[in-house]
Design a protein around this ligand. Structure first.
Ligand code: UFG
Length: 324
């Protein structure tokens, strides 16, 4: 089997490449390297191409027979999407349409798409399942929901088989420390906590402690990046036997507050986390916790790296000796 990994030089995409290669699947990475890292492409060839370049997509999809595409390419910063919505819709929606059309021209009928918890907006229940109303509160989430709609329409019109995986908060790194999370600028909590410990980043800003949560800080559902990779492979197998467009949440079902993440990092590293209190960050819901029951029931997904401590340990191994 050959899989084209669009965005395979990024955080989640590179862990996917490693996972698939370990399962004996042929991997080709397509990435424009705007946020991905050349050094993260250690499994399979790299094709440098942009989703907005249809001719380059044709060349990539024509370079060998692909059985499926996994699509991780996206601009994914909520705050940035609020100030640059055109850029987000163009990359995340127009780019995806180009990819889907190119897949159609080359007869590739299976897609696993990276969606997001951001499609739900402000949750109206403690635990979110897939039927929760979709009401994104920022262009990033809206762009992901638009693509989900396109996939549903493409299933009916063209028979495209797809799974959209709505990630909650990806965390951790590969067990061997060869790849991990590295964004420029870094906005995510766990990397910022660990960089503050190492002194390679500023003191952590805790964005708000007046939320209606156990300690006033925001609660998120962290899920290990290797567990996300496993879910993608299960999604691909799921599509062998099924038509249609499907969606699944991917989270651990447990929420942890910002202060609990800081405490876990202090325990794992044995060092204090320098931090200060800052105002709330625009667009942050107080609590985001997934029900992943559907993924467990239908895909047979069993996260193997549950627990905050395990994820922070894994991220710490990477950040202490990050190679890029
Ligand atoms: N936080 C801080 N300080 C920081 C960084 C984050 O206090 O330096 C807080 C945030 O306010 C939030 C929590 O830590 O409450 C987690 O923030 P992240 O930026 O790590 O993650 P988000 O929950 O904002 O983002 C995740 C995904 C996005 C997705 C979003 C959906 O990374 O892709 O969930 O809401 F869009």
């Amino acid at each position: 089997m050959n899989v084209l990994l669009c965005g395979g030089a990024g955080y989640i995409g590179s862990h996917m490449a490693r996972y698939l290669a370990g399962e004996g699947v042929g991997v080709t990475v397509l990435d424009n390297l705007c946020t991905g890292h050349r050094e993260a492409v250690q499994w399979g060839d790299l094709i440098e191409a942009d989703l907005l370049d249809s001719a380059a997509l044709d060349r990539a999809l024509g370079s060998r027979r692909f059985d499926a595409v996994m699509h991780f390419c996206a601009h994914s910063l909520v705050g940035e999407s609020m100030v640059s919505p055109y850029r987000y819709y163009q990359n995340n929606v127009t780019g995806t349409l180009n990819l889907l059309e190119a897949m159609q021209r080359h007869g590739v009928q299976r897609l696993v798409f990276s969606s997001s918890a951001a499609v739900y907006g402000q949750p109206n229940s403690a635990v979110i399942d897939e039927d929760h109303p979709k009401a994104p509160i920022n262009p990033y989430g809206a762009s992901k929901l638009m693509v989900e709609r396109v996939l549903a329409d493409a299933a009916v019109a063209y028979g495209l088989r797809s799974v959209a995986l709505r990630y909650f908060n990806a965390a951790g790194a590969s067990a061997d420390g060869s790849i991990g999370e590295s964004h420029q600028p870094e906005t995510h909590l766990i990397p910022n906590v660990l960089r503050a410990v190492l002194g390679s980043g500023p003191a952590l800003k805790v964005f708000g402690d007046d939320y209606p949560t156990l300690d006033g800080t925001c609660v998120r559902d962290y899920v290990h990046v290797e567990d996300l990779a496993q879910a993608h492979q299960l999604a691909l197998s799921y599509l062998s036997g099924r038509e249609g467009a499907h969606v699944f949440n991917l989270g651990s079902g447990h929420g942890y507050s910002v202060r609990q993440v800081i405490a876990a990092a202090e325990q794992v590293t044995g060092r204090p986390v320098p931090h200060t209190l800052a105002p709330r960050r625009a667009g942050d819901p107080a609590v985001l916790v997934a029900s992943s029951e559907r993924a467990q029931q239908e895909l047979g997904w069993r996260p193997r790296h549950a627990g905050l401590q395990v994820m922070v340990e894994s991220a710490w191994r990477w950040h202490r000796q990050a190679k890029f």
